[in-house]
Design a protein around this ligand. Structure first.
Ligand code: GLV
Ligand code: MG
Length: 327
C-alpha cells in the first residue's frame, strides 16, 4: 500500500441516475416515486434558452415541495461559459431548501472550473448558514476535461463523482457515432483468413473503452464514484444493458437513465447478484477462520483467496448492505 491513503467520498448508492428536465415539472413527482438512486433536475442541455428562468424556479420550488424520499437529489447547472451559471448557483443555494444534496457541473475542463464553483458555493453556504454541505458531480465530456481528468478529480473536497458524458464527448472529440453512448460498427477488427479460407470474422470493439477506463482510474485514485453516462436509444433495453455491463466491468458504479424505463435496468446491472453476495460472504468467513487458525493464505472452492479478493468481497457486501438499507 502507498503511504498516501485515498480518502473515500461520502458513500451513496448511485446505480441509477435519472435525468429530469427542469422545464417539465409534471415529471418531478413520478421521478420522486420511482426507483432511481439519484435524480438530477436539469437546467442545462434539456432546457431551451427561453425556458431557463422558469426551469430554475420550478426546480427551486420542487426541491422543497416534492417528497423525494431517501433519494439523492442533484441539480445540473449550466456551464461556466454561459451567463446562466452564476444565477443557477446563487438562486439555488439562496432559495432552495436544504433537501438539495449535490450540484452537477457540466463540461468541466480544468481544475480551476471546480475551484471557482467551490468558492462561490462556499460563500453562499456561509452567508446563508446552510448546514448541509453541497457535493459536486462532475461531467467529463470534453477533450479538455478528459486531458485534465486527474487534476479535476482532486480539485475540491466537495467532489463526489465523475460522469462520462458520452454525447458531448463525441461532439468535442469529433468522434463518429451512430447513437448516443452506443457502439459504432466501424470500430472493429477484421480477423485474418482462417487456414481453410471462408469468410473473415469481424469483431466489434468498444469505441468508449479508453475514455471510460481513464475516467474510472481518475475517479478511483481520488476516492470518487465513476458513473457511466447516457444511452440514447431508450427503446433498446438490450443495448442499454450491454453498455451498462461493459462499464460496470471496468469499475463504474452506475449509469444515467434518460428515461424511467432505464432506471430498472441500471439498478439490476449495478446490484450484486444473490450468488455474488453469497460467494463474497463465504470468502470473508473463510478468511476469518484462517486468521483465527493462524494461516496467511486461504483456499476456497479450489482457488487461492488473497487480500485483493477479500477487499473485493468487502466492497460487494458493503454495496449489498447499502441496497438493503435503501429498501
Ligand atoms: C451528457 O451530458 C452527455 O453529453 O452525454
Ligand atoms: Mg452533455
Amino acid at each position: 500500500m502507498s503511504f498516501t491513503i485515498v480518502e473515500q467520498t461520502t458513500p451513496r448508492l448511485n446505480r441509477s441516475e435519472l435525468a429530469v428536465p427542469g422545464s417539465q415539472p409534471k415529471f418531478f413527482e413520478k421521478a420522486a416515486k420511482g426507483d432511481a438512486d439519484v435524480i438530477f433536475l436539469d437546467l442545462e442541455d434539456a432546457v431551451a434558452p427561453d425556458d431557463k428562468e422558469a426551469a430554475r424556479k420550478n426546480i427551486i420550488e420542487a426541491i422543497g415541495d416534492v417528497d423525494w424520499g431517501n433519494k439523492t437529489l442533484s441539480v445540473r447547472i449550466n456551464g461556466l461559459d454561459t451567463h446562466y451559471m452564476y444565477r443557477d448557483v446563487v438562486d439555488l443555494l439562496e432559495q432552495a431548501s436544504e433537501r438539495l444534496d449535490l450540484i452537477m457541473i457540466p463540461k468541466v475542463g480544468t481544475p480551476a472550473d471546480v475551484y471557482a464553483l467551490d468558492m462561490l458555493v462556499t460563500q453562499i453556504e456561509t452567508a446563508k448558514v446552510r448546514t448541509k454541505r453541497i457535493g459536486f458531480e462532475l461531467i467529463i465530456e470534453t477533450a479538455l476535461g478528459m486531458a485534465n481528468v486527474e487534476a479535476i478529480a482532486g480539485a475540491s473536497k466537495r467532489n463526489e463523482s465523475l460522469h462520462f458524458g458520452v454525447a458531448d464527448y463525441a461532439a468535442s472529440t469529433k468522434a463518429r457515432t451512430t447513437a448516443i453512448g452506443g457502439p459504432n460498427p466501424d470500430y472493429g477488427v477484421l480477423a485474418d483468413e482462417g487456414e481453410e479460407g471462408g469468410e473473415r470474422a469481424y469483431f466489434w470493439g468498444d469505441m468508449w473503452h479508453y475514455a471510460t477506463a481513464r475516467m474510472v482510474v481518475a475517479a478511483r485514485a481520488a476516492g470518487l464514484r465513476p458513473i457511466d453516462g447516457p444511452f440514447g436509444d431508450f427503446s433498446d433495453p438490450d443495448g442499454y444493458t450491454a453498455q451498462g455491463n461493459r462499464a460496470a466491468v471496468l469499475g463504474c458504479e452506475g449509469k444515467w437513465a434518460i428515461h424511467p424505463s432505464q432506471v430498472t435496468l441500471a439498478n439490476e446491472i449495478y446490484s450484486p447478484s444473490e450468488k455474488e453476495i453469497e460467494k463474497a460472504k463465504r470468502i470473508l468467513q473463510a478468511m476469518e477462520k484462517a486468521q483465527k487458525e493462524g494461516h496467511g493464505a486461504v483456499a476456497l472452492d479450489g482457488r487461492l483467496i488473497d487480500i485483493a479478493s477479500i477487499k473485493q468481497a468487502e466492497n460487494l457486501v458493503r454495496t449489498a448492505e447499502q441496497i438493503g438499507a435503501a429498501g
